[in-house]
Ligand binder design. Structure first.
Ligand SMILES: [Zn+2]
Length: 202
């Protein structure tokens, strides 16, 4: 297990490695950011956003929470989305869930988890919306399908925010994608939910 001191040493090594390749990298980056992507993903330690798609610092704005939920009352995620869309003008928003998501699993295990149960309610709603499709699946298939359906619902939630609606109404080029990451493979699949206008929402 790495100690915090190890982490600080690793950080110095990392920074020095990058500066060796490009002495101006950090100096240039410190002047400002213009990422093309906003990533909304799960807080799970096994899905580190920039790392799994091999992007450098400055390439992607990131928001992560438990089970990659976009809730219409969550000012944290909505503030991130507004800044990314309205100010940074990212072209792509990626909502990336992952199979075997502990948050999705906890939403359906009939146990009490304390405060987090309020958050998990959003995912229980996804289960209720799709109960017919889910009822005949094995436990494992059900969890994995719920992880996919949760991404689909969050894509819809995101598209329905005034932030995305305003961007589309103003002719801004903004594409919302739904992806899912396999912990076992380290690979991402496109769930083919991309929405670039209200016409795509149906
Ligand atoms: Zn998760």
């Amino acid at each position: 297990m790495n100690t915090p001191t190890d982490l600080l040493d690793q950080n110095k090594e990392w920074a020095n490695r990058i500066k060796k390749e490009d002495p101006n990298f950090f100096k240039q980056l410190s002047k400002g950011q213009s990422p093309n992507y906003l990533w909304i993903g799960c807080a799970d330690s096994r899905v580190p956003a920039s790392q799994v798609i091999d992007l450098a610092p400055g390439d992607m704005f990131v928001h992560r929470n438990i089970a990659n939920v976009i809730a219409h009352t969550d000012f944290n995620s909505l503030s991130v989305i507004q800044y990314a869309v309205a100010v940074l003008k990212v072209e792509h928003v990626i909502i990336c869930g992952h199979y075997g998501c502990g948050g999705v699993k906890a939403a359906f295990d009939d146990q009490s988890h304390g405060l987090i149960d309020n958050w998990l309610r959003h995912i229980q709603d996804v289960g209720r919306l799709h109960s017919e499709e889910l009822e005949n699946l094995s436990e494992e298939d059900k969890l994995n399908r719920l992880c996919e359906l949760n991404v689909a619902e969050q894509v819809r939630n995101l598209c329905q925010t005034p932030i995305v609606q305003n961007a589309w109404n103003n002719g801004q080029d903004l594409n919302v994608h739904g992806w899912i990451y396999s912990l076992a493979q380290g690979e991402i699949a496109d769930l083919k939910l991309t929405a670039s206008s209200n016409n795509d929402l149906s």
